[in-house]
Design a protein around this ligand. Structure first.
Ligand code: NCD
Length: 350
């Protein structure tokens, strides 16, 4: 009744888009709010059935739309919902993961769906030699959507060619991690109110770290300045620089000192030891950046420190209690962002 006319629905959606959902949540009954979110999802039908392989497949407008739905999912995540009742997510993880897999599964459960899958390819039929194409043709019979993590670049794209159900790339080798980029953007917007105008440093392993590749592509759709801080050996991939260089300004440097006072976001990453072809090369760059509380003395008061986790020694424990630390909040933000994606892809409307 409340959302009877289309114009009223659009009006409500526009308000959610403006992130005034909290205001709405306060003044509308929970049930009405949920209906409101679902109406917005109807307008998101262009996402239904879509694969999420690379962040490059998304426009600025689409990313903003996902972030707004993620914001609308905050209260839904806390209260629970039956939006995806009867739907099944398969998480196929051929590489280790704690956060991403649990985050997807938690997101699915919070929307009333269920999750199946494996976290250890060694115990699955893969060990018997089953190829990825066959695994996809089998698993599509069990699930409505598949989240895939694989050590090979291009694996998610290949899987999408064989599976009838949507594939979500949950990490493809050193190439990309699009859902992490979305939750990183969501965190920046939630914490700082906007993305345009920010000075952002990506620090650490910019060569083998897939999160920074997706994040740099995504940020290049906004009006930002990027600082790529890494050892010479781990510089940002050429193909990423070539793509983003047409759109935004960036600087490459080995030292954080000069950029630090200008930064709004310090995004720190782990050196990806497992992706080094040679242990001697890893030894040269191991422990290149160690950010501790004293190193942040020159930072802006409201600068935030992000990290996709897991961290090794690149952020000391004493940073955790500073006002800058936001890496544990990122984990929650991952859940609501993935809720938004799952609801959109599966076309949750009722
Ligand atoms: C990252 C990954 O798997 O690429 N972790 C994550 O998904 N949160 C980062 C990393 O492993 O260093």
């Amino acid at each position: 009744m409340l959302f009877h006319s289309v114009s009223l629905k659009k009006n409500i959606c526009a308000r959610i888009k403006d992130a005034t959902h909290l205001f709405f949540y306060t003044f509308l009954k929970r049930k009405s709010y949920l209906r409101c979110v679902k109406v917005c999802l109807v307008f998101g039908l262009r996402f239904k059935g879509r694969d999420i392989i690379s962040i490059k497949d998304f426009t600025h407008e689409e990313i903003d739309y996902i972030l707004n739905i993620a914001a609308a999912m905050e209260p839904v995540a806390k209260s629970g919902s039956t939006m995806l009742q009867g739907k099944i997510l398969a998480t196929l993880f051929y590489e280790p993961s704690t956060r991403t897999r649990l985050s997807f599964e938690s997101a699915m459960h919070r929307l009333g769906g269920t999750a199946i899958g494996f976290a250890e390819a060694e115990i699955a039929s893969v060990r018997k030699g089953e190829n990825l194409a066959d695994t996809m043709r089998v698993v599509e019979n069990y699930a409505d959507v598949i989240a895939l993590r694989h050590p090979l670049e291009g694996a998610a794209r290949l899987a999408a060619e064989f599976a009838e159900v949507p594939i979500i790339n949950a990490g493809s080798g050193a190439e990309e991690h699009p859902t992490q980029a979305l939750l990183d953007l969501y965190t920046m917007k939630k914490e700082l109110g906007h993305i345009d105008g920010l000075n952002i440093a990506l620090v650490g392993d910019l060569r083998f770290g897939r999160t920074v590749h997706s994040l740099a592509y995504a940020l290049s759709l906004y009006d930002v300045k990027l600082y790529f801080v890494s050892p010479e050996l781990l510089r940002m991939r050429r193909e990423v620089l070539d793509t983003i260089g047409e759109r935004i300004k960036f600087e490459e440097t080995t030292s954080l000192d000069e950029a630090l006072p200008k930064l709004d976001v310090l995004y720190v990453t782990r050196i990806q030891k497992e992706r080094f072809p040679d242990a001697a090369e890893y030894a040269k760059v191991k422990g290149s950046y160690k950010i501790d509380a004293s190193a942040l003395r020159n930072a802006k008061k409201d600068m935030i420190v992000l990290h996709p986790l897991p961290r090794m020694d690149e952020i000391s424990a004493d940073v955790d209690s500073t006002s800058h630390a936001r890496y544990f909040q990122q984990v929650w933000n991952g859940t609501v962002t993935r809720m938004a994606l799952l609801a959109l892809i599966l076309g949750a409307t009722d």
